[in-house]
Design a protein around this ligand. Sequence first.
Ligand SMILES: [Zn+2]
Length: 184
Amino acid sequence: MDRQKVEQAVRLLMEGLDLDLAQEGLRDTPRRVSSMFIDDFFRDMNRHPGEVLNTFFHADYDEMVAVRNIQFHSICEHHLLPFIGRAAVIYIPKDKRIVGASKLARAVEIASSRPQLQERMTSQLADVLMEKLSPHGVLVRIEAEHLCMTLRGIQKPGTKMVTTALRGLFKTNLATRNEALSMI
Ligand SMILES: [Zn+2]
């Protein structure tokens, strides 16, 4: 990423908005904003959520595993404004392949660390889990508040968007899906 270019762009944006960049509070804003995008919001942009799911262990367990309440923040690619929420991941292990809960949380973090769409993030996570773990099924549910909706008067604050992605048994078996949804 080109730090100087991002800084310059923020400067241009502020100039376009007729802000006085010489003002004390604004002087360092271009540097702060570029650092926020590069070092925080998009720091894992060149990583793939699958890379933390390469190691799994074997446990004598083949029932549903649910990890819920995984907090995340991302940046909406349409408006470059944050969306903030939590994700839940459920899977049914195959051949007793289990992945650590912290790995799932890390995969969510990597998937959110780029200009993103909630819908795409949801299906990306489901697909990568299917690919890496080959479970009987995966269900990913994401619930988030999008500031581009709630700050612009289109929706009231607190409005949440919910997306789910179903793979394998969760897609084909209604009872399994309902059991999973009751867990989260
Ligand atoms: Zn948006």
